[in-house]
Design a protein around this ligand. Sequence first.
Ligand SMILES: C[S@@+](CC[C@H](N)C(=O)[O-])C[C@H]1O[C@@H](n2cnc3c(N)ncnc32)[C@H](O)[C@@H]1O
Length: 273
Amino acid sequence: MSKIEITYTSDCFSDSAQQLSNKLERPIRTDESSPYDYLLTISESGLSLIPSADKGYGSIQCDFAGGTHAHRRRFGGGNGQSIAKAVGVSGKFLPRVLDLTAGMGGDAFVLASLGCHVTMLERNPIVHSLLADGVERAVNNAQHGFVRDGSAGDTELGDIMARMTLIEANSAAYLEQGPDHPVAPADVVYLDPMFPERKKSAKVKKEMQAFHALVGSDLDADKLLALALKVANYRVVVKRPAGANHLADRKPSYSLEGKSTRYDIYTLKKLPS
Ligand SMILES: C[S@@+](CC[C@H](N)C(=O)[O-])C[C@H]1O[C@@H](n2cnc3c(N)ncnc32)[C@H](O)[C@@H]1O
């Protein structure tokens, strides 16, 4: 198991650090000289996962208000993006999406930016903490106008975040809870399980390497497809690396192929038009 410790940059974060330490059952760092694999650091800019220098990975933080998310929100191509086509987003239909493998919420954020309501499920407690922190900061930024680059509050971001709901759970257990625990409405179920890492290439971003090292491979993903097909109203969409096998070796109705990514679409019913 990786050695992960919690640090904070100012005394005002000591309570939050203690809460995180209790929740994740990871210690607060006391010996600055002891070796570690990762630090989970709380600072003015939120929660970050920082790998030890010898790993050569980049650090990870969830930042919906800035960086690549903000850029893609503005210039990503709207409903013309492959993910939008795969999920079936159109001017006439905004599916309610159940994302069974939320990760850092990137795909969910794109879909929510396009107008979909997205329920995100994440089972890894550290990934969930990073994502929950990202959601909370984005909501705060949108509400209070506290945006790091000094710009005013962002009502559009507030609307997007209001369409995103995060649940910490194993999706398989969540879907199998039974009639007393209704599942979130799911026109489309979305799946993007971790794929066994291919040989390290420059194409794999440094932060993705850290994420992969932390989460590992989702070797139980085949089971999720069968469960997803039971709850989706219209379709199940599975994101795979280009050239990868089909999940559970089950042939999709059709696929959308990109340079590095493929979307496998399992249709159940025609989308409303
Ligand atoms: C490749 S990442 C998803 C990336 C995400 N689509 C994004 O854009 O950031 C896969 C994530 O799914 C989570 N996951 C895998 N199987 C799961 C399950 N059965 N229940 C909940 N989360 C799961 C993993 O912990 C990991 O964080």
